[in-house]
Design a binder for this molecule. Structure first.
Ligand code: GUN
Ligand code: ZN
Length: 430
């Protein structure tokens, strides 16, 4: 046990889903707890005194009142949009054409892709995001750049080549065959290497022909070990466009279902304006619905039905949607999820928000046995939160009666200053 490290502080994790059982049963909080880290994994989580006694040789890092929790899991991002985050004044389709596509063109250059990947990982580390699921661009070199940077940092990430063969500018379109061939080659190159996983990635129905969706559905059938990610029912004019492009489809989800792109390991970003049939099918297959609240307010998309979807037992993850989303921070994203739910008369508990950003997102990726929680055997991706990171937050958390009242001001007002430390795969990353 000589290389064991004992992290001391408050500890916060989940035994169960706080949307399904009372918070006190779902969450585990220790006022003076400890996490034993060894060989990149969490070995034990217990009272500080207990673990200190049992492991007297372990190196000790004492975070005092800091809250040790799982690193944040961002279930839907576009790392190539790092440089155009917070671009003004457009709704989805105009925003894609005006800002996104011109920027994504630049990833033809592998040096530019590598530079943005580095910037993206530096920024997200400062926000305590230890796993993310990213769209790349149509260029295989954009996938190579992302995975290479993640691999160098020892991170668990998911990513895929974005496939588009229509309704995108020259230079930003592939074909059904090249999308299939390039994606297959990238799976062989990266999937399962270290902590890297590949996601088959049709951007969304409007930018793929039926032939391309079918080719990618076939590829998913050949590689069921991979996740598949796409967008679903984000804006009403997008949905109307899909109806025109696919007149034979029953609804938006059907444009994926018809081509083998609906499944348990499918991640459907946004999922705001869903019809009853879509909700029923998503629930039936156990697909992941990824809520991107800062994006939904920033681009003006609508209000995700967190209360209703959770009550139905849907699998839901939380995400920034960088750079349609307006922040790299999962704290800011939790705050936005709170506000969006409130506009639907649903007050999310701090524990529910925290669960969404960690264990819930991990479960949406089918990775709850690897990341997103404080539990023995999980990979040691950890964040240490300072619950008094600014004077504004400190004066409020000082009055807190319990851990959730202490955490909530950091959720609502916190940013990268609240991220006191980050551990990635058992190594201190800051
Ligand atoms: N729908 C298709 N592509 C995108 C994208 O890049 N961002 C968002 N928010 N929605 C999309
Ligand atoms: Zn997106």
């Amino acid at each position: 046990m000589s290389d064991a490290t004992l992290l001391l502080g408050q500890t916060l994790g989940f035994g169960q889903n706080p949307f399904h059982v009372p918070v006190d049963e779902a969450a585990h909080h220790r006022r003076r707890g400890a996490v034993l880290v060894q060989n990149g994994r969490i070995e034990a989580v217990d009272e500080a005194d207990t673990l200190r006694m049992a492991h007297p040789q372990a190196r000790v890092v004492d975070y005092g009142d800091g809250v040790i929790c799982a690193g944040f899991v961002d279930a839907h991002v576009h790392y190539p949009q790092t440089g155009i985050i917070a671009s003004w004044g457009k709704r989805l389709i105009d925003w894609l054409n005006s800002y996104t596509f011109p920027e994504e063109m630049r990833f033809d250059d592998p040096n530019y892709a590598a530079e943005i990947a580095k910037t993206y990982f530096d920024l997200t580390r400062s926000h305590g995001v230890t796993t993310m699921v990213s769209y790349c661009t149509i260029h295989p070199q954009s996938v190579d750049a992302f995975f290479a940077e993640a691999q160098a940092r020892g991170q668990r990430v998911v990513a895929g080549k974005t496939c588009m063969d229509r309704n995108a500018p020259d230079g930003l379109r592939d074909t059904p065959k090249s999308a299939y061939d390039d994606s297959k080659a990238l799976i062989a190159k990266w999937h399962g290497v270290d902590r890297l996983s590949y996601a088959i990635t049709p951007r969304f129905s409007p930018t793929s022909t039926p032939e391309q969706l079918r080719a990618l559905g076939d590829l998913w059938a050949e590689h069921p070990e991979c996740l598949m990610q796409t967008h679903l029912s984000e804006q009403t004019d997008e949905i109307a466009w899909v109806r025109n492009l696919y007149p034979e489809a029953r609804d938006y989800l059907d444009t994926y279902e018809m081509f083998g792109l609906l499944g348990e390991k499918g991640l459907y970003g946004h999922a705001i304006h869903l019809e009853d049939r879509e909700r029923a099918r998503l629930k039936e297959v156990g697909a992941g619905l990824i809520h991107c609240p800062t994006s939904n307010t920033f681009i003006g998309s609508g209000l995700f039905d967190m209360g209703g979807l959770m009550a139905e037992g849907q699998r839901v993850g939380l995400a920034t949607d960088t750079g349609g989303g307006s922040s790299f921070s999962m704290l800011r994203t939790m705050a936005s999820a709170y506000e969006v739910a409130h506009l639907r008369h649903n007050s999310l508990h701090a524990a529910q928000l925290f669960w969404l950003a960690t264990a819930g997102s991990a479960a949406s990726l089918h990775m709850e046995d690897k990341i997103g929680n404080l539990a023995p055997g999980l990979e040691a991706d950890l964040v240490v939160l300072d619950l008094a990171s600014t004077p504004d937050i400190a004066q409020r958390s000082a009055r807190a009666g319990d851990i959730w009242e202490a955490v909530f001001p950091t959720i609502m007002m916190g940013d990268d200053r609240a991220i006191h430390d980050v551990w990635i795969g058992g190594t201190q990353a800051t």
